[in-house]
Design a binder for this molecule. Structure first.
Ligand SMILES: Cc1cc2nc3c(=O)[nH]c(=O)nc-3n(C[C@H](O)[C@H](O)[C@H](O)COP(=O)(O)OP(=O)(O)OC[C@H]3O[C@@H](n4cnc5c(N)ncnc54)[C@H](O)[C@@H]3O)c2cc1C
Length: 375
């Protein structure tokens, strides 16, 4: 294992990589029989006016989180602007509020968590506002304001907002430059294209994780989901194949969970928009229920939205927003999506019940039953 070493180029015909020792600056060629590209992704951080100001933090990894915390500990920081209301931005909001900071969220879209159905996103927005953050939706970031070399605010198309520190959560893009320069085929969002074994278009070169494209379990479409869950499953398949086994990556269902300001969120499957764009007619239903038996202490609200193919009744997606215990219920929906259950079959699932965990009818089962009535 060579830490503090960077690969600067891949030479597929010579079967070697150019490696630079970052401590000494020395470069050399390292040969391989198989090469796995697992270069991850990078936070989107556009070169907007004022970007050179100190105090702007893209959150990329643990080191980035530690650097941000050090800055908060070391300086008099009161007002923080978080740019981007995706899951990383909103998880940062929760933690910044816990530190007693004044938090403002700037998001170019008209809702938080762009993949959520608007009615569910509205519930997350309520939780974030109740937690004390100010939400500025539909406002693209145009640049940063600066005083004495430090960030002092952000400019949107409508106004400028003061900030002692800015956190960026504008999404990520695959780190696929090395692969592209080596002539390896890229796919959607410039992620490295692979077959089901995680082999790239170049013989002996494999790719896994945030730098690599996936395919969707529902219809096999190319799909990009930069999550640790996908990365681990990619890596397992790629490793097995490199070691001489024959393993196919099982596909991505699009399952993700997050939490902000007490609102838990889960989602899986394809979006209604994506399905309609593919010419699939869908039916959706949202139900409101409780996370525990209504009389049990700590019972919170939960909204479950399920989507099915109008023709076959097959469950194609689901989204959940609610209090403690809500998000991981999406795993039941993920199993339904991945194993091709219909709404009627899902409504017959024998799920566990006791008052601290759910009402007698679990909210996901209630949603499946209501949806099957509409089909
Ligand atoms: C703040 C945050 C929170 C997250 N929370 C979740 C979560 O709750 N659940 C979840 O499923 N996912 C989460 N993720 C996503 C998850 O971290 C990634 O999907 C996962 O780390 C991807 O793994 P990877 O191995 O592909 O890439 P990485 O973990 O990014 O590793 C890539 C490595 O390659 C190195 N590298 C890149 N280029 C080169 C080069 N040229 N030479 C040498 N080395 C190189 C990098 O330095 C890095 O160490 C989160 C991500 C962030 C940023």
């Amino acid at each position: 294992v060579k830490i503090r070493h960077r690969v600067d180029a891949i030479a597929p015909h010579e079967k070697c990589v150019v490696v630079c020792d970052l401590a000494s600056g020395r470069s050399w060629r390292e040969s391989y029989d198989h090469l796995l590209i697992a270069t991850g992704s990078q936070p989107i951080d556009p070169e907007l006016p004022g970007r050179e100001a100190a105090g702007i933090f893209p959150i990329k990894n643990l080191a980035g989180g530690i650097a941000l915390r050090r800055e908060l500990d070391a300086r008099e920081i009161r007002r923080v602007v978080v740019v981007g209301a995706g899951y990383i931005g909103l998880e940062m909001v929760e933690n910044l509020l816990l530190r007693g900071l004044e938090v403002t969220v700037v998001e170019q879209g008209n809702q938080v968590l762009p993949l959520l159905a608007p009615e569910l996103a509205a519930q997350v927005e309520q939780a974030v506002a109740a937690g004390g953050a100010a939400l500025h939706l539909g406002k693209p970031l145009l640049g940063y304001e600066m005083k004495n070399g430090r960030v002092s605010g952000v400019a949107t198309d409508k106004q400028s907002l003061p900030a002692d520190l800015v956190v960026l959560g504008m999404g990520v893009r695959p780190s696929s430059e090395l692969a592209e320069a080596a002539g390896i085929e890229l796919g959607i969002k410039k992620a490295i294209r692979t077959d089901k074994r995680m082999a790239t278009s170049s013989h002996g070169i494999w790719a896994a994780g945030d730098c690599a494209e996936s395919y969707h379990v529902i219809d096999g479409r190319p799909y990009y989901l930069p999550l640790g869950t996908v990365a681990n499953r990619h890596g397992r398949a790629a490793g097995a194949n490199i070691a001489g086994d024959r393993v196919d990556y099982g596909g991505t269902a699009g399952t993700a969970v997050t939490r902000t300001c007490g609102a838990e969120v889960g989602m899986t499957g394809l979006l209604e928009k994506e399905l309609r764009e593919s010419g699939i007619e869908v039916v959706s239903e949202t139900v409101q229920s409780r996370t525990r038996s209504g009389y049990f202490p700590g019972a919170g609200p939960i909204a479950v939205r399920l989507t099915a193919d109008a023709a076959s009744g097959r469950i194609l997606g689901g989204q959940i927003v609610g209090g403690e215990g809500a998000a991981k219920r999406i795993d039941v929906v993920a199993v339904a999506v991945q194993s091709g259950l219909t709404a009627a079959q899902m409504s017959e699932l024998d799920l566990g019940y006791a008052p601290p965990f759910s009402p007698v009818w679990d909210p996901v089962v209630i949603a499946a039953r209501q949806l099957s009535k509409k089909l």
